[in-house]
Design a protein around this ligand. Structure first.
Ligand SMILES: C[S@@+](CC[C@H](N)C(=O)[O-])C[C@H]1O[C@@H](n2cnc3c(N)ncnc32)[C@H](O)[C@@H]1O
Length: 232
């Protein structure tokens, strides 16, 4: 049987899933992650959920192709098809930060302190970090990875309290020392500078431009702090 190879993005998530976990993978699509984890005996059980029939059919097909059992395939929006007691590790990966936040908001039991959340936003990671801070979650660790030229954060969170600065909301809560950290912040700064320049040219957008400038300043000073900390 052919080997199942994970992308660097899914590979990092697989590394962070604790051995023997009872996994729920939300937005599973092909179910590569739960199938790989079951194939390697890394999880006790897995629930593979998706919002749509097409991806769920692909998920079942991957399980069949690799002869993997112990996966429950479920159709549903977010975590609506999962009971809190069925899983201790929840992966929500490969979708926008706003969508991940909305899924967690509809399942407040994920902040009960007994669930480990592995979150991988493709866009709008700042929306997700702000949501986590405001809804009783704490970020335990973060890492950056480059997949097909784009840098993505992976966030491990659970129930708890935290306060993040504006810089940390946008530039990462726990990324000091990450080999891709500087690149990640620079890319954000460039995107913000382009957005501010666009707004400067259109009238009536002063408030928006001011708030983007505030984020820019926060990111620039966080980058400076990181550089100082790394040179000490
Ligand atoms: C790009 S795929 C990501 C697949 C895999 N998680 C990964 O990271 O490679 C996104 C999947 O999330 C599913 N999805 C989007 N919103 C969802 C929601 N609210 N609940 C469950 N699944 C969702 C989509 O149907 C799609 O199959």
């Amino acid at each position: 049987m052919k080997q199942l190879e994970l992308s660097p993005r899914l590979g990092l998530l697989a590394d962070w899933v604790p051995s023997g976990a009872r996994l729920a993978d939300v937005g599973t699509d092909h179910a590569y992650l739960p199938v790989w984890l079951r194939l390697h005996g890394r999880v006790a059980s897995a629930i593979a959920c998706d919002l749509r029939e097409g991806p769920l059919a692909r998920a079942r097909e991957t399980g069949r192709a690799y002869g993997v059992d112990g996966i429950s395939y479920r159709l549903g929006n977010g975590l609506e098809a999962v009971n809190a007691e069925e899983a201790d590790t929840i992966v929500i990966a490969g979708m926008g930060g706003e969508n991940i936040a909305a899924i967690l908001e509809r399942a407040p039991w994920t902040a009960d302190g007994t669930h480990q959340l592995l979150l991988q936003p493709m866009t709008r990671d700042e929306v997700l970090r702000a949501f986590l801070m405001d809804h009783g979650y704490v970020i335990h660790r973060e890492a950056l990875l480059r997949d097909r030229g784009t840098i993505y954060p992976v966030i491990e969170a659970g129930g708890g309290e935290m306060t993040l600065t504006l810089g940390q909301i946008h530039g990462g809560a726990a990324l000091l020392g990450d080999p891709l950290g500087d690149r990640y912040i620079i890319e954000k700064i460039i995107r913000l500078q382009i957005a501010v320049a666009g707004l400067n040219r259109s009238s009536g957008q002063e408030e928006k431009a001011d708030s983007l400038r505030e984020i820019l300043t926060a990111l620039l000073s966080m980058r400076e702090e990181w550089r100082r900390a790394e040179s000490e």
